[in-house]
Design a protein around this ligand. Structure first.
Ligand code: PEP
Ligand code: MG
Length: 573
C-alpha cells in the first residue's frame, strides 16, 4: 500500500530506490555479568573497539586535508575524537566493567546516558545539540563491539540506488555513502543544522530527517521516493507517482547540467555590467571546489575553522601554510582572508569565560584585540602568505574606527617583525572591514577613509539590526533579510563605497540566495561572495538581469516601510 510521510527536508534533490533498513545498535545492547577471569579481556575488548573507531576518524580527518572528504567533516571528527578521549566516557565505562563485572557495550551505554543527561541540562542550544554527537560516537563503538561496524549494502545488480533508513546516522556513515550506490537517506531523528545534514548537503545526497518511527513502517527492499526538497518520503509508490517523480528528477538533473554550462561564462548583466562572483570557504581544501566552479576568487575565508575543535592554536607556520595553500590554489585570483571571528556560536576549545550574551560579547575583532599576541601571529602568517599571490585581509565585526586603528598598528608591528626576520611580504596588502554591525553601516565615512574595501556580513547585520539571535529557533521566523531597515543599511553601504571609490561585497547568506540577486544588483552591488555550490545559480540570475531597469525599481522599493510590501516588490523584480 502506498503512503507518504512528512519530515524535515535537509538536503535537496530526489532519490528513487530500494529501502535498506539499518538496525539501531544501541537498542540491541544487552546487559550481562561476566566472570571475574574475563574482566581484563573485556576491558581490552572495550579499548580495542575505541581504538578502531579512533583510527577510522583519524583516517577521515586526513582525507579532508587532501580533499578526498568534504571539509565539513573536519569539525565533527575533532569533536567525536574529543568525546572518545573524555574520561567521563571510556575510563568510566572501564570502571563499570571492573566494579560491576558488566559487559563492555552495556557499560559504555550507561556512561553515554549520563553524559547525555548532562548535555540536556545545558542552556546553550548549540552545545545541547552536541548530545547527538555523543550518541553517534557511542553507537559507532558499540557496532564494532557487536561485530557489525558497517551497514552499507553492496551495490544492487539492477542498477537502482539504495535508500538508507535509519534511526540516526553519524556523519562518518554519511561519508561512507560516497563509495556505495546510496541514492538518499531518511532517519527517525535529526535536524537541519546537525553535522549529518551538513555533510549530506555537501555531498548532494537527498535526505529527509525527523520522521519519528520511520523504521517501523518501512520494510526492507521496499520501493521509496525521497523528496529532499519538500521533506516527503513516498513509500511503495504506484506507477503513476513513480513516473511523475522520475520526470521531476530528470528535470532537476537537466537543470543542474545546464547550470554547469554557465561555468565558463563571464558573469555580467544584460546591459553589460560586469559582476564578480567569489567563494566563501572554511578550510584550505574548499578552494578546490571554488576553482571548480570558476569563482573569481575567495571573497571570505573564515579562518576560525583552523582554530576550532583542537586544544592549541595553530602556530605561525601552520597558519602560513594554510593561507599559502589557498592563495596558490587560486593562482593569481584574489583571496580575502578574514581574521579570527570566534565567539558567539563559534567557540574555541577550553574557552573558560561564559558570557550571558555571547553574540554581544568578546567576539571577532574584540577578541583579537584582547589577545594581541595571538592576533600578531595570525597577521604575520597572513603577511607571509601575501608574497605568494593576491591576498587581502578582512577585519570582522567592526563597530568603531578605533578598532581599525588598533588593528593597523598591530599590522605595522607584524610587518616590522617580518622585516627584521628578512621575510618577504606584500607591503601594500589591502585591508578591508566587515560591515555587520548597524553602527558601522551608519558611520561609513570613518571606515572608507581607513580601509581599502568593505564586505557586508548580512547574517550578522540582520541579527544586530533586528535584535534576532541567529541561532535561536524561537525567533527564527522573525529573521528577515528583506526588512526595510536591513535593506537601507545594505544600500547605504554600497553607495558609500561607490562614492569613496572602494569595492563593496556582500558575503553573508543573502549573496548566495538567487531570489536576492536582482535586488542586490539593483542596489548597485557588483561583488557577491557565497558558498561555491551557489555560484552557478546566482550567475544564471545575473545573466538575466538588466541593471538599469532594476536600479529604478529598487529605488522605489527602498522607500517602502512595510516588510510585507517589500517582499511583494522583491518577488516582482
Ligand atoms: C555574516 O555575518 O554575514 C558573515 C558572513 O559572517 P559569519 O556568518 O561567519 O558570521
Ligand atoms: Mg558575521
Amino acid at each position: 500500500m502506498s503512503f507518504a510521510v512528512h519530515g524535515l527536508a535537509v538536503s535537496q534533490g530526489i532519490a528513487i530506490g530500494h529501502a535498506h533498513l539499518v538496525s539501531h545498535a544501541l537498542l540491541e545492547v544487552a546487559h550481562f555479568t561476566i566472570a571475574p577471569r574475563h574482566v581484563e579481556s573485556e576491558v581490552t575488548r572495550l579499548h580495542s573497539a575505541v581504538a578502531a573507531v579512533k583510527a577510522e576518524l583519524t583516517g577521515l580527518k586526513n582525507a579532508t586535508l587532501t580533499g578526498a572528504a568534504p571539509s565539513e567533516v573536519d569539525a565533527f571528527v575533532g569533536l567525536h575524537l574529543m568525546f572518545l578521549e573524555d574520561p567521563m566516557l571510556v575510563d568510566a565505562a572501564e570502571q563499570l566493567i571492573r566494579t560491576r563485572r558488566a559487559n563492555a557495550e552495556w557499560a559504555l551505554v550507561q556512561q553515554m546516558e549520563q553524559l547525555v543527561d548532562q548535555f540536556e541540562a545545558i542552556e546553550d542550544p548549540y552545545l545541547r545539540e552536541r548530545k547527538a554527537d555523543v550518541v553517534q560516537i557511542v553507537e559507532r563503538v558499540v557496532k564494532v563491539l557487536l561485530g557489525h561496524p558497517g551497514h552499507l549494502p553492496p551495490k544492487r545488480k539492477d542498477g537502482l540506488g539504495t535508500i538508507i533508513v535509519a534511526h540516526d546516522l553519524s556523519p562518518t556513515d554519511t561519508i561512507g555513502f560516497k563509495d556505495h550506490a546510496v541514492a538518499g537517506f531518511i532517519t527517525d531523528v535529526g535536524g537541519p543544522t546537525g553535522h549529518t545534514a551538513i555533510v549530506a548537503r555537501s555531498m548532494s545526497i537527498p535526505a529527509v530527517v525527523a520522521l519519528r518511527h520511520i523504521r517501523h513502517v518501512i520494510k526492507d527492499d521496499e520501493m521509496l521516493i525521497v523528496d529532499g526538497t519538500r521533506g516527503v518520503v513516498i513509500v511503495d509508490p504506484d506507477e503513476r507517482v513513480l513516473e511523475e517523480y522520475r520526470l521531476r528528477k530528470a528535470e532537476l538533473e537537466l537543470e543542474r547540467s545546464k547550470l554547469k554550462r554557465l561555468k565558463s561564462m563571464r558573469p555580467a548583466t544584460l546591459d553589460g555590467e560586469e559582476v564578480q562572483l567569489l567563494a566563501n570557504i572554511e578550510l584550505p581544501p574548499d578552494a578546490v571546489q571554488a576553482k571548480g566552479v570558476e569563482a573569481d576568487g575567495i571573497g571570505l575565508f573564515r579562518t576560525e575553522f583552523l582554530f576550532m575543535s583542537r586544544d592549541t592554536w595553530p602556530d605561525e607556520d601552520e597558519q602560513f601554510e594554510a593561507y599559502r595553500t589557498v592563495v596558490k590554489t587560486m593562482a593569481g585570483r584574489p583571496v580575502t582572508v578574514r581574521t579570527l571571528d570566534v565567539g558567539a556560536d563559534k567557540e574555541l576549545e577550553g574557552a573558560t569565560q561564559r558570557e550571558d550574551n555571547p553574540a554581544l560579547g568578546l567576539r571577532a575583532i574584540r577578541y583579537c584585540l584582547a589577545e594581541p599576541k595571538m592576533y600578531l601571529t595570525q597577521l604575520r602568517a597572513l603577511l607571509r602568505a601575501s608574497h605568494y599571490g593576491k591576498l587581502k585581509i578582512l577585519i570582522p565585526m567592526l563597530a568603531s574606527s578605533t578598532e581599525i586603528d588598533q588593528t593597523l598598528v598591530l599590522l605595522e608591528k607584524a610587518k616590522a617583525q617580518l622585516r627584521e626576520r628578512k621575510i618577504k611580504f606584500d607591503e601594500h596588502v589591502p585591508v578591508g572591514g566587515m560591515i555587520e554591525v548597524p553602527a558601522a553601516a551608519l558611520c561609513l565615512g570613518a571606515f572608507t577613509k581607513r580601509l581599502q574595501f568593505l564586505s557586508i556580513g548580512t547574517n550578522d547585520l540582520i541579527q544586530y539590526t533586528l535584535a534576532i539571535d541567529r541561532g535561536n529557533e524561537a525567533v527564527a521566523h522573525l529573521y528577515n533579510p528583506l526588512h526595510p531597515a536591513v535593506l537601507r543599511l545594505i544600500h547605504q553601504t554600497i553607495q558609500a563605497g561607490a562614492k569613496a571609490g572602494i569595492p563593496v561585497s556582500v558575503c553573508g547568506e543573502m549573496a548566495g540566495d538567487p531570489d536576492c540577486a536582482r535586488l542586490l544588483i539593483g542596489m548597485g552591488l557588483r561583488h557577491f561572495s557565497m558558498h561555491p555550490a551557489q555560484i552557478l545559480e546566482v550567475k544564471q540570475e545575473i545573466l538575466r538581469a538588466d541593471s538599469l531597469d532594476l536600479t529604478a525599481k529598487v529605488q522605489r522599493l527602498l522607500k517602502l516601510e512595510e516588510p510585507d510590501k517589500v517582499r511583494e516588490a522583491v518577488e516582482k523584480l
